[in-house]
Design a protein around this ligand. Structure first.
Ligand code: LMR
Length: 332
């Protein structure tokens, strides 16, 4: 009897060890990475790279599922979903965090950065890095900046000088700075999710929008917008973001490995951002669906003059010191 009991106990222990083993092998940590753009874009490719690296290096422990094209969540819902634990990673445009922090609005100021090198210099500075932590109290933490590129203006009419935009309706991301930027040239801005832009343009519910070459190309905006003004007037960049609760709850070794894979994927995406802007611009020109308008220095100066007063309007909210530091990054 004694022996039978001991044997039973042993068998039960073995079964439970086995079951635990099976459970942990069958239950890797799942990271849902939700984004709104096409896969063949800097963000889409960076997200896929991250999935690939994690599968290669820690496939038994972590699985990354990437949901592109607003399949899982659109811009308006993803951060709320993250706070609720329904999604673990996203990389919304810096313009889409206004409900969580005032600081990131800095990046929307028109004509702030001359190019991506200046953006890099600022983002890698202490001030730029500290901004990634500005939403910690709201349960969100930034893990890295990811580039897309400089924005252009697409429209149903040729836009050469600011007056050309007057009275036109433009779709914007959910940012008060971008709203003020279009109001400054007498246009009507409308905050709409990215997933609706193509239809709004196609049905002529709006006249234009601002975006990067890669988004204009991959979402086919150029097929329904006869003119694109190469204005490079603003920046479209992303913050790779996660929930503080999820991130701090990960085992230390997993978190370290994930961060390394993410840094590599972001660096890869940032390289692509630079080449893709030129490639997609060229593809749009070759399509002959849309005319690309290059501004003379005098024409561009008029846009700067009309839009730059927006800086003053948001100086208090963003912080004058932060604006000065970002602007100073143009001189290397
Ligand atoms: C947009 O809404 O225009 C962009 O933020 C989309 C994106 O994520 O690049």
């Amino acid at each position: 009897m004694k022996r039978t009991l001991a044997a039973l106990t042993l068998a039960a222990t073995a079964a439970s060890v086995l079951a635990t083993g099976i459970a942990s092998a069958a239950d890797p940590i799942v990271i849902k990475f939700s984004h709104v753009v096409a896969e063949n874009t800097p963000k889409g490719l960076a997200a896929n790279k991250f999935k690939e690296l994690v599968a290669e290096r820690m496939g038994d422990k972590v699985v990354v599922e990437v949901y592109p094209n607003s399949q899982l969540f659109g811009d308006d819902k993803v951060l709320e979903a993250m706070q609720l634990g329904d999604v673990q990673l996203a990389a919304p445009a810096l313009s889409k965090f206004s409900r969580y922090t005032d600081e990131l609005a800095l990046y929307d100021l028109p004509f702030l950065f001359e190019d991506l090198d200046a953006v890099d210099r600022f983002q890698q500075s202490d001030k730029g890095q500290a901004m990634m932590e500005s939403m910690k109290k709201k349960g969100l933490i930034g893990l890295g900046y990811l580039h897309n590129g400089m924005k252009q203006l697409s429209s149903s009419k040729p836009l050469r000088v600011p007056e050309d935009a007057s009275g036109l309706k433009f779709r914007i991301m959910s940012s008060d700075v971008l709203e003020a930027q279009f109001e400054a040239v007498g246009a009507t801005p409308l905050k709409k999710p990215f997933s609706e832009v193509f239809t709004l343009l196609q049905t002529k519910a709006i006249d234009g929008q601002e975006n990067t070459w890669s988004n204009i190309y991959s979402k086919k905006f150029f097929e329904v917008q006869p003119y694109i003004t190469e204005s490079n007037h603003g920046l479209l960049d992303y913050l790779v973001v996660t929930s503080a609760e999820f991130w701090s709850g990960l085992p230390d070794d997993v978190r370290t490995e994930l961060k390394a894979a993410l840094d590599e994927s972001v660096a890869y995406g940032n390289e692509i951002a630079r080449s893709k802007a030129d490639e997609d611009r060229q593809l749009i020109i070759e399509s002959k669906r849309s005319e690309v308008i290059e501004l003379t220095p005098e024409e561009r100066a008029q846009w700067v003059q009309m839009m730059k007063p927006v800086w003053k309007k948001f100086e208090k909210e963003i912080g004058a010191e932060l604006i000065d530091a970002a602007y100073a990054a143009n001189q290397d």
